[in-house]
Design a protein around this ligand. Structure first.
Ligand code: TYD
Ligand code: MG
Length: 464
């Protein structure tokens, strides 16, 4: 008989190896590999001669009798899911602990059950009293949601099988669930994967919506939901900086809608509130006179979004100047700094540089390059960006400013929020509109706007 083989599984990405490693070869995560005993140890034998069951084959024609999407009425949530929940699908909602996943799903369940859907909330983390108190605080009619505390997947499925009618099941969280036939502890990759597999299979068979909450942890002890990403139909991430009240629900994968669609929420004393006009919110409390602050006209998902980008450039006393970035890619900042150094001779190599995207938003849009360059130059020159100006554009390594996608949508939002002027890439295809458009051809053109000349390293520190 084959000896049960040890195997080591990365708790972050699920890669398996024969021996323990400090760093996973698959995803590069440190201290994430741990031992797991496989259930089906031994060599696979192939199918053999036994015949299987014949599966029914159908055409791909869409049947109109398919159940319609479940729309929660929370517009920001419905937008992120691509227009509502699809019966017979599985969703994963990931996010740091304490970001508001349970709050969001309880609110969604509350709204769905108000419109007649049968929602079952299974918590492996919190007791009835705790969730009841939260529901009261959120103003949700607790009597309409069926609630249960359980961590054994077998018991959860037996319970669900017994219920006559169910539309939506929420599992909070998948890391607390376990399948009793598997020896590893709840939260390990094998348990998370098997639990999710059983729950998803049930959802597909019964045509219900299965929403799984997944924690993202950095230390690798608990399986990150990454291993689940390819098992579910939709992956939503709930993001936000802990200290800020803004929360962004972002679709990373969606078999039933667009990805990178976002929903914006604000965490208040009465739960999450929708933010219908995020640009106005992200720009509130902005002081126009400060140097180094600029309004970036970005696109998040399908929506234009204006956000403030702040930069501070100061001469550094240290041999290795500090580069601190919040809300943007630090590699991208290094690139913009290098372009400014090489093409404008600004000598930023000897300066500390801090960059911050206000409001706790994380920007991925490459069109932020020009806005960042403007913020840096404004801080270096000690001159504020001309009032009522918004900026977008991508930088190439040669210092050229490149046109970006969806210029008209960006400018529409800029105009809507009452801006007078926009710095945009030259050769952008834009419609005529009521704002002044300053076309920037090369990054060097910005020096004239801020009356800055090329100067050696760290000779100005007028940033305020
Ligand atoms: P929670 O939904 O428990 O987060 P998760 O399930 O992602 O771990 O939310 C936790 C935080 O939200 C908690 O720190 C308190 C805050 N909160 C509010 O600010 N207002 C509210 O109405 C609620 C319910 C929570
Ligand atoms: Mg929770």
């Amino acid at each position: 008989m084959a000896k049960a083989q040890r195997r080591y599984v990365c708790q972050s990405c699920g890669a398996t190896t024969q021996k323990w490693q400090g760093r996973c070869d698959g995803c590069g995560e440190w201290n994430a590999v741990s031992e797991e005993i496989p259930l089906d140890a031994g060599t696979p034998k192939g199918l053999g001669g036994k015949r299987g069951r014949v599966i029914p084959l159908t055409s791909l024609q869409v049947r109109s009798d398919d159940a319609p999407r479940l729309v929660s009425g929370i517009a920001e949530f419905d937008r992120a899911t691509g227009g509502g929940l699809v019966p017979g699908s599985a969703l994963l909602i990931g996010g740091d602990p304490g970001i508001g996943k349970s709050t969001l799903l309880l609110q969604v369940a509350g709204r769905l059950s108000n419109s007649g859907a049968n929602c079952i909330y299974i918590s492996g983390e919190e007791a009835v009293a705790q969730v009841g108190m939260r529901a009261e605080r959120l103003g949700i009619d607790g009597s309409r949601i069926s609630f249960g505390t359980e961590t054994n997947v077998r018991d959860v499925l037996t319970t669900l099988d017994d219920v006559k009618s169910v539309d939506v099941v929420i599992i909070d969280s998948i890391q607390t669930m376990f399948v009793d036939g598997i020896e590893s502890a709840p939260g390990t990759v094998s348990q998370v994967r098997s639990s999710a597999q059983e729950l998803i299979r049930f959802a597909k068979r019964r045509g219900i919506v299965m929403m799984l909450v997944g924690h993202v942890t950095k230390d690798g002890q608990i399986a990150g939901p990454r291993v689940l990403e390819h098992m579910v139909d939709t992956v939503l991430y709930f993001e936000g900086e802990r200290g800020h009240q803004f929360r962004i629900l972002r679709a990373h994968k969606n078999r039933f809608g667009g990805t990178d669609e976002i929903g914006v929420f604000e965490m208040t004393g009465h739960g999450l509130e929708e933010v219908a006009n995020p640009s106005a919110l992200f720009l509130s409390n902005r002081s126009e006179e400060a140097s180094g602050s600029v309004v970036f006209a970005g696109i998040e998902g399908t929506r234009p979004l204006l956000v403030e980008i702040q930069a501070l450039v100061a001469p550094s006393p240290a041999a290795n100047p500090r580069r601190a970035v919040v809300g943007w890619d630090s590699g991208r900042l290094a690139m913009v700094l290098a372009v400014l150094d090489a093409r404008c001779g600004l000598g930023l190599a000897g300066s500390d540089v801090y960059l911050n995207v206000a409001g706790g938003l994380r920007i991925k849009d490459p069109a932020a390059d020009l806005a960042v360059a403007v913020a840096l130059i404004s801080s270096l020159a000690g001159k504020p960006v001309p009032a009522n100006t918004a900026v977008f554009g991508e930088l190439s390594l040669s210092g050229e400013v490149r046109p970006v996608t969806r210029s008209n949508a960006r400018l529409g939002e800029v105009e809507k929020l009452g801006f007078a002027r926009a710095y945009i890439p030259a050769h952008s295809k834009t419609k005529r509109r009521g704002i002044e458009l300053a076309e920037i051809d090369r990054v060097q053109d910005l020096l004239d706007i801020f009356e800055l000349s090329s100067h050696p390293a760290g000779s100005t520190g007028k940033a305020n």
